[in-house]
Design a protein around this ligand. Structure first.
Ligand code: ZN
Length: 335
């Protein structure tokens, strides 16, 4: 059987063009091309996703990803939200460099950043690296999972078909680390820094030296309402992580969502101001024993209401922060 399968495989592939073109893509092809740009003067490229939430209109391309070409090979940061998008990113890398892809680093385990890992796992020898708490994602544990992995996959199989289908799977990391990991790859040093649990349990960032380019993952989301409504979100830790980013003083910042920029301070400030704004509104409500609905409705959201993902994320975010503050107050009352 195996021999026959090999022959059939050869019949299928031996006559195909040696360089895989889009029509030989192993996943449903995307029709909206990646928006790929180079960090000015640096061997670093990044793709910017649509600012909305994943759906058929954007083909699931809502997050950012990128790659660093070094003399020792290529390191990829994040893999986008479908195997099809991961495949498109892989093709873009092949067009840019003939160096082998050595690592794919996952900023955190959420569907919009990791379904593309499948393309790298199945078509390259790259090692997948993530923070160790990414393992909680597959456990589907109600207590610890950032989002329920199985339920999310089912949802995306509907919302993002044919780009996410029955063959789509969550690919676990090959290597994990706890606090920090340094990868010296050719002429570049990549420092992986754990920054969670903030947006998710396994948030991490990657600083590329000597370029001072920071891939910030979802800790920084520029001009888009971040998603905070999950069990693992800690806005206190998130604010600490943002202070950490500021200390790193990057020359160029590539956030997990939204526009990349040389104005790192501005990008950090957007996420920080948003968290502070929601926290301040909800703190008052918790202190005054006001119901969430009342507090939410009386808050002036005009500053944020026209931003991408506001409708999908804002109310849930406010509720999550309300609960976080209520819990902190209970703890304080007990002491
Ligand atoms: Zn995300």
């Amino acid at each position: 059987m195996r021999g026959l399968a090999a022959v059939l495989l050869c019949l299928a592939s031996c006559f195909a063009a040696p360089v895989l073109a889009d029509n030989t893509a192993p996943y449903a092809p995307i029709t909206i091309p990646l928006d790929l740009k180079q960090v000015p003067g640096k061997p670093i490229w990044y793709s910017t996703g649509n600012p909305g939430i994943p759906g058929k209109d954007n083909e699931g391309n809502t997050s950012n990803a990128g790659f660093v070409v070094t003399s020792g090979g290529v390191a990829v940061f994040d893999a986008l939200g479908t195997p099809s998008l991961g495949w498109a990113l892989l093709q873009a890398i092949h067009k840019t460099s003939d160096k082998p892809i050595r690592y794919v680093i996952a900023s955190h385990y959420h569907a919009d950043h990791i379904y593309g890992l499948q393309a790298f796992k199945d078509h390259t020898d790259a090692l997948i690296v993530a923070q160790e708490r990414s393992g909680e994602y597959k456990e589907n544990n109600e207590e610890t999972a950032d989002e329920k992995a199985d339920a999310r996959l089912e949802q995306r199989r509907g919302a993002l078909y044919p780009w996410v289908d029955d063959k789509t799977r969550v690919v676990p990391p090959d290597i994990t680390f706890r606090d920090r990991m340094t990868i010296v790859l050719g002429d570049r040093t990549l420092t992986l820094i754990y920054a969670g649990p903030a947006h998710s349990s396994s948030d991490m960032m990657m600083m590329v030296e000597p370029d001072k380019v920071l891939f910030a993952g979802d800790i920084v989301q520029n001009s888009r309402i971040p998603h905070m409504n999950s069990d693992d979100v800690s806005t206190v830790q998130w604010l600490k992580a943002l202070a950490e980013v500021e200390k790193l003083d990057p020359a160029f910042i590539i956030p997990g969502h939204g526009t990349s920029s040389t104005q790192a301070k501005q990008a950090i400030a957007f996420t920080r101001d948003y968290i502070h704004y929601v926290r301040d509104a909800m703190t008052k409500a918790v202190q005054d024993w006001v119901d969430f609905d009342v507090a939410y409705n009386r808050t002036d959201w005009s500053k944020y209401k026209d931003m991408p993902a506001f409708a999908a994320n804002n109310r849930g975010n406010a509720y999550r922060i309300f609960l976080e503050l209520e819990q902190a107050q209970f703890k304080a009352d007990k002491q």
